[in-house]
Design a binder for this molecule. Structure first.
Ligand SMILES: Cc1cn([C@H]2C[C@H](O)[C@@H](COP(=O)(O)OP(=O)(O)O[C@H]3O[C@H](C)C(=O)[C@H](O)[C@H]3O)O2)c(=O)[nH]c1=O
Length: 205
């Protein structure tokens, strides 16, 4: 048994606790940045990365049906700007579990007061934030580190035939990507995507 002046080698000391989930609506208010609580102690940390009740209270109410994970081995990889058309349009809840990414959402809903407006947030294993992007938006990210691992929940299943893409640096959007054009690493598919003007009519509010 431990006596009163014995330092326990079993019970980890609590170093830092975030009890509540931070919630921030971005300049396009349907896009929501959340940071779930994380309990750090001498072993490491524990976090409820998805809690349906907390997410619902934050305004993220659609059910998820698919989890995705991608690894990008180099800094400067750009994936996107992608979406799936209805009835396979996807809402996505994105987080970066290794390294860091700059995550972008573009409002592609004809009739929306923020049509063509983009918002972005840095997501990283350090800041532990997640970005909710509803159906009707284009999604893309660029990696800020090597070996950036991204995990995201989707509200509709993958449907290749309904996939659409817009070129990441579309002159119609002027997204302030934090990487130089010549440094971007893209898939064949993304290299030949069209301008945002080609996306007219893909979605409606
Ligand atoms: C998206 C997806 C892809 N795949 C297969 C199809 C390809 O053989 C392979 C790579 O697909 P892709 O090059 O489209 O992967 P990304 O470029 O990361 O695409 C994603 O990038 C942006 C950031 C997104 O938000 C979308 O989820 C998605 O479009 O995975 C599947 O089997 N299921 C899927 O849901």
């Amino acid at each position: 048994m431990f006596n009163s002046n014995t330092t326990s080698l079993v019970a980890p000391s609590i170093i830092q606790e975030f009890f509540t989930m931070k919630v921030q609506r971005l300049a396009v208010p349907e896009v929501i940045l959340v940071t779930p609580p994380r309990f750090e102690d001498s072993r490491g940390f524990f976090s409820e990365t998805y809690n349906a009740e907390r997410m619902h209270d934050a305004g993220i109410t659609l059910p998820f049906v698919q989890d995705n994970q991608s690894l990008s081995r180099q800094k400067g990889v750009v994936r996107g700007l992608h979406c799936q058309l209805a009835p396979y349009a996807q809402g996505k809840l994105i987080r970066c579990t290794k390294g860091a990414i700059w995550d972008v959402a573009v409002d592609a809903r004809t009739g929306s007061p923020t049509y063509g407006k983009w918002v972005a947030a840095e997501l990283s294993e350090d800041n532990w934030s997640q970005l909710w992007i509803p159906p009707g938006f284009l999604h893309g990210f660029c990696t800020l580190t090597d070996n950036a691992e991204v995990q995201y929940k989707c509200t509709a299943l993958y449907n290749k035939a309904s996939e659409r893409a817009v070129i990441w640096n579309s002159k119609d959007l002027n997204i302030a990507w934090p990487i130089k054009e010549e440094a971007a690493i893209l898939s064949e598919k993304d290299l030949i995507a069209g301008e945002f003007s080609d996306a007219k009519g893909w979605f409606h509010v």
